[in-house]
Design a protein around this ligand. Structure first.
Ligand code: 5GP
Ligand code: MG
Ligand code: MG
Length: 182
């Protein structure tokens, strides 16, 4: 069903699972004895987060934020609107933000600054995908699953018009999918 809309696969289900297992192992080492608060950014990070935490064999807590960019993307102020805030007090906590992708860097730049302002002990980023060619703000993730080229990718949490988040791999859509929707 879904695969008929996919032009090309960038990372397969198996590659993604293997990479997440490696990241989980590294994070288990880096965060043992820290009881990190794993902060998932809704909704794109959900499939990645749920797999990742099950590869982290340490005590941790989870919480979620939902954010959206203010106004139009082209002349973005870089400001981000919080649609759902954390339920947890982050002061003196070690935070690990889990994102689906870093593109311009605006979302994560805003979130890191906000959470540091709230006196978190540390704020680090793990992202499933990194699109370095899209960067507008100079920010890097601390842990990256895979790099992707400057193309619009879907799957494993990443949507097009809210669809394809449940695709178990990462790929790009056929051009006719966009034409159908416009
Ligand atoms: P940034 O603030 O770094 O520009 O982008 C953050 C958000 O834009 C991501 O969390 C994601 O929701 C969306 N985004 C950026 N690039 C892509 C992409 O290639 N595919 C999809 N589906 N979403 C993207
Ligand atoms: Mg996101
Ligand atoms: Mg989206």
């Amino acid at each position: 069903m879904l695969e008929k809309d996919i032009k090309e696969t960038f990372y397969s289900k198996e590659e993604i699972h293997e990479r997440i297992a490696q990241l989980g192992k590294t994070l288990s080492e880096d965060y043992k004895d820290k009881n990190p608060l794993v902060v998932g950014i809704l909704k794109g990070a959900v499939p990645f987060l749920t797999d990742l935490v099950r590869e982290m064999n340490i005590p941790l807590e989870m919480d979620f934020m939902d954010v959206s960019s203010y106004g139009n993307t082209t002349v973005s102020s870089g400001e981000v609107k919080i649609l759902k805030d954390l339920d947890t007090v982050v002061e003196n906590r070690h935070l690990l933000i889990v994102e689906d992708i870093i593109d311009s860097g605006r979302t994560l730049n805003y979130l890191v600054n906000l959470l540091k302002y709230r006196q978190a002990s540390s704020v680090k980023i793990v992202t499933l995908l990194d699109k370095p060619d899209g960067r507008v703000i100079d920010i890097e993730a601390d842990y990256v699953g895979f790099e992707v080229p400057n193309e619009f990718v879907v799957g494993f949490g990443l949507d097009y018009a809210e669809r394809y988040r449940n695709l178990p791999y990462i790929g790009v859509l056929k051009p006719e999918v966009y034409e159908k929707n416009s």
